[in-house]
Design a protein around this ligand. Structure first.
Ligand SMILES: [Zn+2]
Length: 343
């Protein structure tokens, strides 16, 4: 019987070594340790032995039983651990890969480019490092104009361009130099928008930033007058803020237009009734515009007697702040992901 026990033990251990599923393990357990199992039978037989035989065989049988049971528990634990590691819960939400996305100003810029492209305007980009000529002189901005002050403009010193000389270089303070560049390159008639980054030497606060975006617009043709300007700006306002949007133009001086105006759209939030966004005026000031000054046409190489034009400039940061209810302009260049991820 002793040999039979030892043989059975080897058999069980060999069997357990090959087990690779919970069902197979359970099958073996029933076969050997179940109520009618082979090991159980032997253990019962031991109980019927004489007292002396029981003394030696009983201990061996119990040791083997204990060892086998432990081995079964060990295999069970290993199988469960393996099952847990390879288990895939298809109902869990997936881990989303972080995708890059557009900056709020880019979103708005693309939107405005699209709506002007639909009206036959081409989209141009120009240099951020400009010459004094394109940024000021050609735009009818006289040498004593306050915009030329070093307080407002970043002049760039190079050995070839001493600051404040006729040909000095500067970071453009507006996208308007593109009016001249476009006229020189394409002549007339002309329909163009030019979005881009501008720079001013400003102390920053919630409404002022040294780097900001504008979108310049220019249309040149024979017989262009103020009503053309108004129609184009009304149309773009409706596309930007909804079909009920109204345009209001109020006289404002800009050196490169005559006459010049500030453009305001009726507040999209309160429909003109007055709210916090429009500071209870019912209007949102978002652009400057006017009819192109004859001196500017001449600087662009066009004859003001033949051609007339209108120009406008949207402040893209201001538009984005209104559209997305952003209360601090400095957030745009903060690089703060908590801000950027909202768009
Ligand atoms: Zn309002």
């Amino acid at each position: 019987m002793e040999e039979k026990l030892k043989e059975l033990k080897q058999q069980i251990l060999a069997g357990l070594g090959k087990v690779n599923s919970a069902d197979a393990r359970r099958g073996l357990e029933i076969k050997y340790l179940g109520r009618k199992g082979e090991l159980t039978k032997i253990l019962r037989a031991v109980a019927d032995l004489s007292a002396t035989e029981k003394k030696t065989l009983g201990k061996l049988a119990n040791d083997i039983k204990k060892e086998i049971q432990e081995k079964f528990a060990e295999v069970k634990a290993a199988l469960e651990k393996g099952a847990k590691e390879s288990f895939v819960d298809a109902t869990l939400p997936g881990i989303r890969a972080e995708a890059g996305h557009r900056h709020p100003i880019t979103i708005l810029q693309n939107e405005i480019e699209d709506l002007f492209a639909a009206m036959g305007f081409m989209v141009l980009e120009g240099p951020e490092l400009e010459s004094d000529f394109y940024n000021f002189t050609a735009l009818n901005i006289p040498p004593d104009h306050p915009a030329r002050d070093m307080q407002d403009t970043f002049y760039v010193e190079t050995p070839l361009n001493p600051p404040l000389s006729g040909g000095s270089l500067l970071m453009r303070t507006q996208t308007s130099p593109m009016q001249i560049r476009a006229m020189q390159k394409y002549g007339a008639p002309l329909r163009v928008v030019a979005p881009g980054r501008c720079f001013r030497s400003e102390a920053t606060d919630v409404r002022h930033e040294h780097t900001f975006y504008q979108l310049e617009g220019l249309m040149i043709d024979r017989g262009i007058n103020f009503s053309h300007l108004k129609a184009v700006l009304e149309e773009s306002g409706k596309k930007l803020f909804g079909p009920e949007t109204k345009l209001r133009l109020r006289p404002k001086y800009y050196p490169f237009v005559e006459p010049g105006a500030n453009g305001e759209y009726s507040c999209f939030l309160c429909a003109g009734r007055g709210c916090r966004l429009c500071k209870n005026t019912g209007w949102l000031e978002v652009l400057g515009c006017g009819l192109v000054h004859p001196n500017v046409l001449r600087a662009g190489g066009l004859d003001p007697k033949k051609y007339q034009g209108f120009a406008f400039g949207y402040g893209l940061d201001r538009l984005a702040m209104l559209k997305y209810a952003i209360n601090d302009i400095r957030l745009f260049h903060s690089g703060d992901l908590r801000f950027l991820k909202q768009f």
